[in-house]
Write a protein of this length. Structure first.
Length: 152
């Protein structure tokens, strides 16, 4: 993390596991960047550490960090492990805008109270595309299966 954010302008924050990075992730990050001057992306190491119902990442944390850092809309990547770590980031970083997916708009989410108490603006990104990690996993699985069947 940077030692100082004083010259960064409006600071935005969004987070996810960003496994199997795809066009939908890039579109979300581009939209997030429209709401701030400096975009910090929280990268969760493995959501199953404290939420066993989630999918474990396929790609390593290093692979995902390198991919995110290469996206022009991302100014900084910070890695965290648990939802408590995420709350600590929200309490520590000078965040002006918290950007989440529209699916969280009417739900409780990690750090909602912190965002309110610290005066963060909440922005809910739309999802006007059909890209997803789930569909990418299915496409890869199908392609692999098809390849194996053709080469028996």
């Amino acid at each position: 993390m940077r030692l100082s954010y004083k010259d960064c302008g409006k600071i935005g924050f969004t987070c996810s596991t960003f496994d199997l990075l795809h066009a939908g992730h890039v579109a979300m990050l581009e939209e997030a960047k429209h709401h701030c001057d400096f975009l910090i992306v929280g990268l969760q190491n493995d959501p199953t550490l404290d939420r066993p119902e989630k999918n474990a990442p396929i790609q390593s944390i290093v692979e995902r960090q390198i991919q995110l850092a290469a996206i022009k809309y991302v100014d900084e990547v910070v890695i965290y492990n648990t939802e408590q770590d995420l709350e600590d980031l929200l309490l520590t970083l000078p965040i002006d805008v918290r950007i989440l997916g529209v699916e969280y708009k009417d739900k409780d989410f990690t750090g909602k109270k912190i965002a309110k108490d610290r005066g963060m603006k909440l922005v809910f990104n739309g999802r006007d595309h059909s890209f997803s990690s789930t569909s990418l996993r299915k496409r890869v699985t199908f392609a692999e299966s098809d390849f194996v069947n053709k080469n028996k």
